[in-house]
Design a protein around this ligand. Sequence first.
Ligand code: G6Q
Length: 546
Amino acid sequence: MNKPVNKTSAWKKLTSYYRWHKNDEMKDLFAKDKDRASKYTLNLENLYFDYSKNRIDEKSMRYLLDLAKEVNLKEKIEAMFSGEKINITENRAVLHVALRNRQNTPIYVDNKDVMPEINEVLAKVKKFTDAVRFGEFKGATGKKLTNIVNIGIGGSDLGPYMATTALKEYWAKDMNCYFISNIDGSACEDVLSSVDPETTLFVVVSKTFTTIETLTNARTCRKWLIDALGEHAVAKHFIAVSTNATEVSKFGINTDNMFGFWNFVGGRYSMWSAVGISIALMVGMENFEKMLEGANAMDLHFRNTEFEKNIPVIMALLGIWYNNFFGFKEYGVIPYDQDLRFLPKYLQQLDMESNGKSVDIDNKFIKYSTGPIIFGGAGTDVQHSFFQLLHQGTNIVPLDFIVPAISHNEIGEHHEILVANALAQGEAMMRGKTVEEAAEELAKSGKNADEVKALKRYKSFPGNRPTNTIVVKKVDPYTLGMLVAMYEHKVFVQGIIWNIDSFDQMGVELGKQMALSILPELQGNAYNKHDSSTSNLISLIKKIRK
Ligand code: G6Q
């Protein structure tokens, strides 16, 4: 049994250090130490992580690093990389890192090296995606398949959706991709009304192949295809990615067109496997492999770098500092890149599904705060919506700014304006503006004394709000791989510190079961026992639908 983290000596030191230093101002720390920026900037190749605008100093960082050591982080990292069954509630290894193990060193689960099968599936994905992209695998009427429709939900949707959007610049020019995840018929309708059955390939992605949304959407698409081209067309227009060959063939998809993956890959960690086939179809296998290489570079950095210089470890420790000591329960991710606009949505699942837990791995209810609420969106758009609260609200939200130095679309001064905004926001969050400074500014702008008095508080900003700035050269497949793996490992480290299983998702499973119990009531005369609100709502909706 692990010692509860809040009883460790590092935790105690952090608690008392926090008490004395919680009001330290970052701007004073910058003034005191001219090397602060370089002292608190790390890099891995072309990815730079500037964490100098955080409420930290040498001592708090030392205690945080002590905490990492006290929870045996190093051994836990090794346990993951070496295939130990660290997903204890499901008795599974956690090996998304094996999917991008470009060194191809053996990794054993139950005495079996998993690498040959991983390589086999990657080779199959390459063969198939090349055949589609070069027009060798054609639709039933002999036309090239140029519309890719990914049908999946949660981990079987968000990764491919985020990554294809992020890598839009790398798409084959004659191809397009679409995503159907929601069970809402409008999701199917939107896509089916935009594509031509003769040129459409449906990729049904479901680890279990039992998820009601995905199977219902897939059946609707199958019917649509059959209505247009006949039953025989299914083999040419449907492929599946799943661990469940029996259900795939029951659905009517030839298992020759099925791409497998494994129970040691969680849904939200799966885009590196055949689950990412839509990505490979759109950007080509070469680029997909570059994404794996980028992730692999981050894996090696994470596994082999001392904690002081380890980007995911430092990121995670900062998150612990804010969440568990300052009590900041939210966390924002703001990519200053249009193509990364879905990254926050992806990270929302990665982080919240992994660390939204309240029982620890020793089967005890937890008495400290775990995973934060993750949200975000692309800058500068979000500066015009929720940034008001970030600057002047009573909740303090630590932020990550992701800033590519070079845009794929260097048009006029667009990119410089975008970058200027990112950097200015970080500076403003850190510095703030005192009431006196606001008054001075108002006076300079010509306001009279009464006006200055009336407005100065509204125009002041508390500042001292933490941000990390992650600068990358350009959003290419390799960099995307690095970025996503960086966040995966940050989530892992926090899970270790909180002593939780970051790899199960009982909450998601509950949702899957509950809808199934109400469905027959909505569809017929079945009655189950519910609270009165749920029963009334069922009757009300049935009445309206009549
Ligand atoms: C991810 C979760 C969840 C899952 C979906 C889809 O880690 O387990 O988001 O990916 O519920 O499940 P299937 O892939 O089994 O359809």
